[in-house]
Design a protein around this ligand. Sequence first.
Ligand code: ZN
Length: 67
Amino acid sequence: MDRKPPITTEFHDLEVPGGCASCGGPLAGRFGPDSAVGVCLRCRLVTPLRVSSEARGVHVSQMPGVA
Ligand SMILES: [Zn+2]
């Protein structure tokens, strides 16, 4: 058997194409137990992320401020 064991890390990464509010570039998000940070792969803008659960899925939005 060469199945990989399940990933048990507490962090989960997500890439949102066109997710950067600043330049429209791809946004790479890292989600931890009580925080989330997004880094734009194009302009390198670092922003805290807010994740909310909605009826049609999960909504990810950039928070202004921290650079
Ligand atoms: Zn950007």
